[in-house]
Design a protein around this ligand. Structure first.
Ligand SMILES: NC(=O)c1ccc[n+]([C@@H]2O[C@H](COP(=O)([O-])OP(=O)(O)OC[C@H]3O[C@@H](n4cnc5c(N)ncnc54)[C@H](O)[C@@H]3O)[C@@H](O)[C@H]2O)c1
Length: 255
């Protein structure tokens, strides 16, 4: 289980956001283990350094960049840094994200704006910056959305909105670039054990009849569950997959 496929990304240059933790770290580690040169990005410098150590200890190639993706400039500069480091870009993996639970009318404007900036605006600007390079390399994009983008969820209205936007970003880009070799795909994870879920705060007066609907029946996955899908979609093995949102949620969106 979770065994990397050696050499699958030999000669490829990849950019992974949110690589300091959780799904982003697992993806960066897996892509590097499969031979890719990875630019790992995160706002969390310590987490990112830990990711880099894991990769280099295993003999992989990684560059790191610390920054906050809530500005368009950081998204464009990070893509430029990847191209400067590796001479090209083959794959963009948008993973960085934040989550929060509120009664709808209690969410502050600042919290709402930050959620949109990280989860929705940043993937948009990363795609804008990366696509010219991906068209040159015949590359592809993998966006990490969420089951929350596919279903209505109480108490996470803003999060669900932004993840729905990531799904539309994916599918609409897939249409706009249909006549090019560019592939654009997304993944919709259900609950995954990570710092995001470990630190998740919820108001204590929620109606659990609603929350149980999206917690599901089969427990949580681990970041490697998603990393292996990132790897599949980003590699030549995903050649026939374009404009797809792959659910990896233990059945949460089954019915
Ligand atoms: N964990 C889950 O249950 C779950 C489920 C569905 C979707 N997702 C999505 O998967 C992605 C990764 O989540 P995770 O569970 O690995 O969480 P995580 O908190 O472990 O990792 C997210 C990373 O994004 C980084 N980040 C946050 N804001 C940033 C900013 N402004 N600039 C740069 N980096 C920033 C964080 O520092 C962190 O390292 C997110 O987009 C999340 O919405 C997670």
């Amino acid at each position: 289980m979770y065994e990397p496929i050696a050499g699958r990304f030999n000669g490829k240059a990849l950019l992974v956001t949110g690589a300091g933790s959780g799904i982003g770290r697992a993806s960066a580690v897996r892509l590097a283990a499969e031979g890719g040169k990875v630019l790992a990005h995160d706002v969390n410098a310590d987490g990112l350094a830990e990711t880099a150590t894991i990769i280099t200890t295993a003999g992989g190639t990684v560059e790191t960049r610390v920054g906050d993706i809530t500005t368009r400039g950081e998204c464009f500069d990070t893509v430029a840094a990847a191209v400067a480091a590796f001479g090209k870009l083959d794959v963009l993996v948008n993973v960085a994200g934040i989550a929060a639970s509120h009664h709808f009318t209690d969410m502050s404007e600042a919290a709402y704006r930050r959620m949109v900036a990280v989860n929705q605006d940043a993937p948009f600007f990363f795609c804008q910056a990366a696509i010219p390079h991906l068209l040159e390399s015949g590359g592809n994009i993998v966006n990490v959305a969420s089951n929350a983008g596919l279903m209505g969820q109480a108490y996470t209205v803003a999060y669900s909105m932004t993840k729905g936007a990531v799904i539309q970003l994916t599918k609409s880009l897939a249409m706009e670039y249909m006549k090019t070799p560019l592939r654009v795909n997304g993944i919709a994870p259900g609950g995954i054990e990570s710092s995001l879920t470990a630190g998740y705060q919820m108001p204590d007066d929620l109606d659990w009849d609603f929350v149980g609907r999206y917690a599901g029946f089969r427990g949580m996955g681990v970041p490697q569950d998603i990393a292996q899908l990132v790897s599949l979609l980003a590699s030549a093995d995903g050649i026939n997959i374009h404009g797809s949102i792959l659910s990896s949620d233990r059945g949460v969106t089954a019915g």
